[in-house]
Design a protein around this ligand. Sequence first.
Ligand SMILES: *Cc1c(COP(=O)(O)O)cnc(C)c1O
Length: 383
Amino acid sequence: MSGSFIPYGRQSIDEDDIAAVVAVLRSDWLTTGPEVEAFEADFAAATGSLEAVAVANGTAALHAAMFALGIGPGDEVIVPAITFVATANSVLYQGGTPVFCDVEPDTLLIDVASAESRITEHTKAIVAVDYAGQPCDYDALRALCSRRGLALVADACHALGGAYKGKPVGSLADLSTFSFHPVKNMTTGEGGMVTTDDPALAARMRTFRNHGITTDFRERARCGTWEYAMTELGYNYRLSDIHCALGRSQLRKLPAWIDRRRAIAAHYDAAFAETNGVSPLAVRPDRRHAYHLYVVRLTGENHPPRTTVFDQLRAAGIGVNVHYLPVHRHPFYGALFENTGRCPIADDTYERILSLPMFQGLEDVDEGCVVRAIGAVVTGGGL
Ligand SMILES: *Cc1c(COP(=O)(O)O)cnc(C)c1O
């Protein structure tokens, strides 16, 4: 073993990223300048969508999506139980009610039948989370949403660079949200994006990210006016030119990084096919998995408890993690939603999952360390 700690995720920053940021620092615009529009245009092209709206982070992207859809008090939005808390929080920010549904046992993606069972006369939207980087079943979700008159949002924060039946993530739902936090598939430090093919939704989100004001500073400078109108209650959710320049530089390298993530996953898959007691999540044949996370389940009766496996791997310098405690089991949500429907698959699977190190810069030798350590710990031999 190399002796150092192997994290579960890590950014890659090269000299060209640094040069792109420095160029903005030397320019006239530090925020809401030409890099924002250029990043949005590059991102829309990369995801096969008509519009991309840059925002401060992935949580702001989800909030902007809920705002654009007009979610408000009395509205219900169906959210899978296994996701990052921000997915559900964004519904609450708008005064709506998140309703948790269950996930498929072998992929941990939203269970479309469970989502359907939670629809009421108050339901306005479904948020599908492309867990670990695998796109959900968007044909089934779109059919359900159009039959029941619901909006479909993709929380694609894990899945940038993935595809469903050959169509890129970002073009699969009415609105798709992304995060550029350093552990995600590409980074701007903090940052987020929403993609859509609907120019009206995009316009609402551009206003929303700038306090609810209909023009931005640069547009007013261009027109030579000081006047502006605030027409809605928005937020300061802007993303700066500094961030966007980094984003453009990172986006150019994304395809090669996804290839590398997929190659690491293929090595892990092959190794764990031979290891008793662990099994990777299933991957559907019609999906291109973007592998933000590589998640295994502890299987069978004879493996040590998950906490033991976790502690021994951490002690061995392997940065395993757990994604995620089902949202309804966080203290805040537990108190709010005592009586919501149960999610038995999410509750059961949560006890058995582990995320292994997965990032484009992971070296082959470290990959080998992870595989050997898992084998030793899970079969009970220890390290
Ligand atoms: C990272 C993430 C978010 C939030 O993104 P931030 O940029 O950290 O605000 C939302 N949903 C999912 C599924 C995520 O992984």
